[in-house]
Design a protein around this ligand. Sequence first.
Ligand code: DON
Length: 464
Amino acid sequence: MKSPIPDYLKIVLENARAIESGSPASYIETLAKADPSKLAVALATVDGNIYSAGDDRVEFSIQSISKAFVYAIAIEDIGLQGVLEKIGVEPSGDAFNQLSLERGSNRPVNPMINAGAITAHSLVTGATAEERTERILKGLSKLAGRQLHVDEEVYEAELKSADRNMAIGYMLKAAGIISCDPQDVVRGYIRQCAINVTVRDLAIMAATLSNAGVHPKTGERVIPQASVRQVLSVMTTCGMYDAAGDWVSNVGIPAKSGVAGGIIGALPGQVGIATFSPNLDERGNSVRGVAICEKLSRDMGLHMMDVSQIAGATVWTSVATIVAGTHEPHHPNCERDVIIFSLRGAVRFPGSERLSRALVRELGEPDPEDPGSGKYIDACAVVISLRDVYSLSAIAQRMLHENIKRLIADKRSVVIIDPSEVLQMKSADGKPGDALPHIVKTENEARDYIGGAGSSTVLIKDDW
Ligand code: DON
């Protein structure tokens, strides 16, 4: 059997071919000569599977898409605070090569327009301009999972028409934003833009952002998680320049475009996508690329603002009565109720809040205004099942720890079913102690602990 995904991607590409508007970037000779019929798309999952179609092995220069990753490298090298002192995070609504600085702070408004990107390039560690560029080439190669190269022809061609970027470099030097030679920095920035990639490279680079900075293929952390959040934020608000509003409402995926015709989209926790088609619109974004991304987002439900998961579904409550086993027929818990709270999926704040509310409602004092509350105040044990929990966010973990501590402080017997060890609860000194719950791997172990060996349960609700 063949996967339907490559077939679907081929159909998407064929439909996009009908769009004939736009033209390749004209200000760089080599790009102006690009073959406008070239068309490719790739989609990479956060576990490293890549699907692609069309001219997926054709190389083109990364151009402005590099800005997102170089921003991450600058943050790694001098820290977020240092970068924020030099580059703002406000969408400009201007063209990518606008000669502009933020009123008051004199910083470039964001790292996605040229002024901010040239500054970010200058902040990358390197004793010389060559070292800086080498570090960037190495960083991007690591993200792509193969050694990338600078397209010397594209580099030389852009250098010939670099007056505007040189002007930006001198503006930055005059404003005290960069301290090194503006010409060196702009040349390095142009080399960074001339690094060749394919859509498959870009998709896996984007998927690394989607995967919180861990490379989907190697499992290596390539970008710190906090930097990923920063990069995705500016991609969302500024990645598509003056088309950012249209893009966010129609596609809804943090993205970055380049004048060679590439676009990347990185949907947190899901997929990285990349498209290539050289014809650009008046804002410098690939016309067919934008259409393909819109279609993928619509068809595959990739818009980040789609409210597709309602938090309420992550917790459910059931009650079981313990029936003593033959080994311990007079166990003190025999004929008593156990209340079970089961969490499911990737639990974040809303799921942990639901659990907290359910614990209070079922186990607290009855509330006259809430009929049915306090029904299990006398339950002999509280079981929290994390069997179907895929992950617990940091806040969900803290909330759960705090709820468990409070249950134990109320002298309740608390049993946690945690086969995947997601709870990670330790006492203050890291040793087992009274303040910790009893943790087991299976329902049977939980039942034997509560009701004695060989006991069984009669379920009032659910199938525990
Ligand atoms: O700075 C420039 O002119 C180019 N090397 C990069 C610009 C770019 O890719 C703009 N994005 N759409």
